[in-house]
Write a protein that binds this ligand. Structure first.
Ligand code: ZN
Length: 486
């Protein structure tokens, strides 16, 4: 290359780089300014409340999302309906020990578990941690309520363990004709939470409850002392047919490649024992405020941006699965999908869904987040939030890696309420997610290509995502071509 040309080229790269830095700085600056995020979140949690698809609260939440995205300055806002196979609501779940001593248990039903008509004087069997060995030690369990012990949850691994262990426990219980499963709460101090082991929106195979940690331990001690425990139980869950829910989509049109797009998403639905503040109301409010900040910065991205509030996430990422499926024909145009779903635990960086190939470009895009110590990239791939079906389609995905913070203790629990949200931390996360999503949309070159089916499968093996998928039956869907890239 001629020396002058080289200098000119270098200057051009420098100029393009500094424009990008300027834009990032402006967006971060706007994100940190006063905004309606706090009042938006207060309305969603305190006024709308817990939001399970199929309930009026979910419909109110969707209306909240449409309004707030319009106010934030979206070019357009619309909803996209999808179907959840069955509806579910808890009735008056009750269980009381009746022998050798009488006391009431504190408990709730597991979500999307079947109802159980009132039963009297049912034997309780302790199956330990629910492993094959635990079942063997319990002896005959047919017709009994099975008590499954748990460890207290402190780390992300503990949470994944709770989900990953359940399918085998359920299979053993069904095979051995147990009446119901009573899982010990993973949280202390009688805290109850809404767990689910059905990730398809269909009703599970056997009635299940979560029992207060202390009550479960008391039953276990009585059994261990050699006394047979009997209980009365009733789980009058209300189960119905298919229901409609909807994702909410706000859009900013791109200035140069409007048919290409980037998604910034978080789920809007929640469980209903609390008001879904950490999971995931604060991040639904974040998505809206990210749009506001980008619009207010006055810079329009090269590609279009879709700000999506997904529904049906808690039932198994059903809204984002439906969205990826409905938009499959245009996913070649998807330049990236960024998702946040872990309350206000400090963001450390992003998980790249197993994509080593996007590390160099992504490192540049998140460089402005070093000031927040939020620029560490990891090449793991995870199940469990709304990037999942986009990842299965080969689209580059970015999930915020977050510290546990106060997320796990309040996870799906009665205590997941507005007062748990650190608004200053949330605003910082708005800046981080807005910066990343804008950079993905504005970068001259895309961060990475859409992977082929063979490439996607390779990342699944490399990251051992395939093992997780097998536990949940998703690997079979992938292999049958029912889910993910064709
Ligand atoms: Zn969530």
């Amino acid at each position: 290359m001629h020396k002058t040309a080289l200098i000119t080229f270098a200057c051009f790269v420098l100029a393009a780089g500094s424009v990008a830095q300027d834009n990032s700085a402006r967006i971060i600056d706007e994100a940190l300014k006063p905004s309606p995020i706090q009042s938006n979140l207060e309305r969603l949690t305190d006024q709308v409340g817990g939001r399970v698809p199929g309930t009026p609260a979910m419909q109110n939440a969707i209306a909240w999302g449409v309004d707030a995205l319009k106010v934030a300055g979206a070019d357009s806002v619309h909803t996209e309906e999808f179907t959840i196979p069955q509806s579910w609501a808890e009735g008056q779940t009750q269980m009381a020990a009746v022998a050798p001593t009488a006391f009431k248990l504190r408990l709730v039903s597991v979500a999307w578990a079947p109802a159980l008509a009132p039963q009297r004087h049912i034997a309780v069997a302790d199956v330990g941690d629910g492993s094959a060995q635990g079942f063997a030690q319990a002896g005959e369990v047919a017709g009994k309520i099975l008590l499954v012990h748990s460890e207290e949850m402190h780390k992300w691994e503990d949470l994944f363990d709770e989900y990953l262990r359940a399918p085998d426990i359920i299979s053993r219980a069904v095979e051995q004709k147990a009446l119901a499963i009573a899982f010990q709460s993973t949280r202390p101090n009688d805290l109850l939470y809404r767990h689910t082991n059905s990730i398809t929106g269909e009703i599970d195979r056997i009635p299940q409850v979560v029992v207060a940690r202390e009550d479960a331990a008391r039953i276990a001690r009585l059994l261990a002392s050699g006394q047979q425990v009997y209980a009365d139980v009733a789980i009058p869950n209300v189960v119905g047919g298919p229901i409609k829910s909807a994702n909410v989509v706000g859009e900013l049109k791109g200035r140069e490649k409007p048919d290409e797009f980037v998604v910034l998403g978080a789920h809007l639905d929640s469980w209903e024992l609390g008001t879904g503040a950490l999971d995931n109301g604060c991040n639904a409010a974040l998505v809206i405020d990210a749009l506001r900040a980008i619009k207010a910065s006055g810079v329009r991205p090269r590609r279009s941006m879709r700000f999506i509030l997904f529904s049906g996430e808690e039932q198994g990422m059903l809204g984002s699965e439906a969205y990826a499926m409905a938009h499959r024909a245009e996913l070649d145009k998807a330049a990236g999908v960024a998702v946040i779903d872990s309350g206000i635990g400090r963001v450390t960086g992003f998980s790249l869904g197993g994509r080593k190939d996007v590390v160099p470009a992504a490192t540049t895009l998140v460089a402005p987040l070093k000031q927040f110590d939020a620029a560490t990239l990891t090449t793991d791939a995870e199940w469990g939030t709304d990037h999942f079906d986009f990842m299965l389609e080969g689209v580059p995905t970015f999930v915020a890696n977050q510290e546990e913070g106060n997320y796990l203790i309040n996870y799906h629990a009665m205590s997941d309420t507005y007062d748990k949200v650190d608004i200053a931390e949330l605003k910082k996360h708005v800046a981080e997610m807005a910066e990343l999503a804008f950079a993905l949309a504005d970068s001259p070159d895309r961060v990475g290509p859409r992977l082929t089916r063979a490439q996607i499968e390779q990342t699944m093996h490399e990251t051992h995502l395939d093992d997780q998928m097998k536990v949940f039956g998703i690997w079979q869907q992938w292999q049958a071509g029912k889910r993910g890239r064709q």
